[in-house]
Design a protein around this ligand. Structure first.
Ligand code: VG1
Ligand code: CO
Length: 543
């Protein structure tokens, strides 16, 4: 068994985005591309000798090959042990759970989340810290800096490990444990939720469909929902993970999860529907002919948290990403707890959770989670809702109507324009920025503009500052229009426009969000000149 030191040269473009480094598989397959990045991680995270690393991915195309390369590099770089999910699989929340449970030094998660998979599609990799959470910006920037001056990487020349067989194996001086990918995560879920109550719900006249979208949550959902909780076989649809996600786009929203949406909007629709994304950290919640926005889902969870055993004593605080609607802020105010507003990306929640300041966190992009791990967690959110439904014995729609009657409704929508020319996208944001002063005090969409700015965040725990996190037009009545460029795409640029308007009047709560937000949408187009600059007359995806 030979340890090699291979000479290499820096490769441009390896700066991690909102959630790790993402690129086309073909890019990752270029000589040294993956190895450079992995070595840059190992060089940037401290003394790794004798430590344990967690390794797994969402099972997309190239996952298995990458696992073998990283194992050999981990061995050559002095790790004592790697915990790897059977078949090379670990959902993002399961990886976070395993890192925490076994007190690993950190973990490498192979995923491009909901981005399509296959030889011509996307791959991704991200590093998570010992707390189980995504590396903060200081660390991802250090990794990036290292990729710019790297000159060699270390790798062992040895046989591959059989990833399909559970057990302990050696690779040089390093131990590799191929572990059950589901068991530790399932045990954690059982600790948090009232499984008896949920089992009781399934024994009633209650129907439920979960769409795993051919991605990583299939095995988790089958074990937990159909196995431990006794949901009927077939509750989990598209439950076999495929390396191309069945050719689909495993993003649980109204556009890409249309198969599930059609079921929930059919005449004989079930009571409850849910879906998760490629790596298992996102969730979509549906009722019979009813869609729960992720922002509302977070607010409902916060308001009902004490119905769930793990949170029965109350929650310490909540946090939401800046573009997420203010629905949860109203719940926090009523509960007398803090509500933090962070930039987009789960990495900004970690410090707040570690400091015990927040229990529940969420993003408008179908991400919700709690301090049980340090990632957003799709199945956790589904179990949270099942627990609420089991206790309250009301429909999803009924729970939302009641919530809005109590707190008012934050009408909310996100409009995405995908694969836009990058110069045009930058100009769209710049057009708004250029009007920051002139817009103030003006009436737009029937509302007075209170202020405009580029969102900046100072982490309350470590004082680190993150600037340029979204262009904001804030109105006196609390309405908001926000423009941001995506940090997860791999082709062209994606513009996201976030629209929010608050309505206290219960008689208007039944309105469709696009109708309620029509004036705001028109205002967003006119101040940014988006239609003229991009040539688009409608968004690619509306959520
Ligand atoms: C998107 C979402 C963001 C989320 C990120 C990673 O980022 O907006 O809220 O945290 O994806 O989610 P961006 O930069 O494209 O807007 V996942 O499920 O891809 O790990
Ligand atoms: Co994801």
């Amino acid at each position: 068994m030979l340890e090699h030191t291979v000479s290499t040269q820096p490769i441009e473009g390896q700066r991690p985005g909102t959630s790790g480094l993402r690129a086309k598989v073909k890019v990752f397959q270029q000589p040294h591309y993956l190895e450079n990045f992995v070595q840059a991680v190992f060089d940037s995270i401290g003394d790794i000798s004798g430590q344990t690393l967690v390794l797994g991915g969402d099972g997309r195309f190239y996952n298995r090959e990458v696992i073998q390369i990283i194992l050999k590099m981990a061995a050559a770089n002095g790790f004592a042990k790697v915990l790897v999910g059977q078949g090379g699989i670990l959902s993002t929340p399961a990886a976070s759970c395993v890192i925490r449970k076994y007190k690993a030094f950190g973990g490498l998660i192979l995923s491009a989340s909901h981005n399509p998979a296959g030889p011509d599609e996307d791959f991704g990799i991200k590093y998570n810290m010992g707390n189980g959470g995504p590396a903060p910006e200081q660390v991802t920037e250090a990794i990036y800096a290292r990729t710019l001056n790297i000159s060699e990487y270390k790798i062992l020349d040895c046989a591959d490990i059989n990833l399909d067989e559970k057990g302990e194996f050696s690779m040089g001086d390093m131990q590799v444990e191929v572990m059950d990918a589901v068991a530790d995560y399932a045990a954690l879920m059982q600790e948090l939720f009232d499984f008896d109550a949920i089992r009781g719900l399934f024994a009633q006249d209650f129907s439920f469909v979960f769409d795993a979208m051919h991605a990583v949550t299939g095995p988790y959902a089958k074990v937990i929902l159909e196995g431990m909780l006794g949901a009927p076989k077939g509750t989990v649809m598209n439950g076999e993970p495929k390396d191309d996600f069945g050719g689909g786009h495993p993003d649980p929203n109204l556009t890409y999860a249309h198969e599930l949406v059609d079921i929930l909007y059919a005449d004989d629709a079930p009571d409850f529907g849910a879906a998760s994304d490629g790596d298992g950290d996102r969730n979509m919640i549906l009722g019979n002919h009813f869609f729960v926005t992720p922002s509302d889902s977070l607010a409902v969870m916060a308001a009902n948290a004490t119905l769930v055993p793990a949170y029965s004593k109350g929650i310490a605080g909540v946090a939401r990403s800046m573009p997420t609607s203010g629905a949860v802020d109203r719940v926090a105010e009523a509960l007398g707890i803090d509500c933090f507003e962070t930039p987009t990306g789960w990495k900004f929640f970690g410090n707040l959770m570690d400091a015990g300041k927040v229990t529940l966190c969420g993003e408008e992009s179908f991400g919700t989670g709690s301090d049980h791990v340090r990632e957003k967690d799709g199945l956790w959110a589904v179990l949270f809702w099942l627990n609420i439904l089991a206790v309250r014995q009301e429909s999803v729609e009924g729970i939302l109507a009641d919530h809005w009657a109590t707190y008012g409704r934050n009408f909310y929508s996100r409009h995405d324009y995908e694969a836009v020319d990058s110069a045009a996208a930058t100009q769209v944001l710049q057009n708004v920025r250029d009007q920051f002063d002139s817009l103030k005090g003006q009436t737009l969409a029937g509302r007075v503009v209170q202020m405009c700015n580029d969102f900046a965040y100072t982490d309350p725990i470590d004082g680190s500052v993150s600037e340029n996190q979204g262009v904001r037009v804030l109105f006196e009545d609390g309405s908001r229009i926000i423009f941001r460029l995506s940090g997860t795409g791999t082709s062209g640029t994606t513009i996201r426009i976030y629209l929010e308007s608050y309505e206290a009047d219960t008689s208007k709560h039944g309105l469709d969000a696009q109708t309620a937000l029509k004036d705001m949408i028109d205002a967003a187009n006119s101040i940014s000149k988006l239609p003229e600059l991009t040539g688009r007359d409608k968004p690619t995806v509306i959520t």
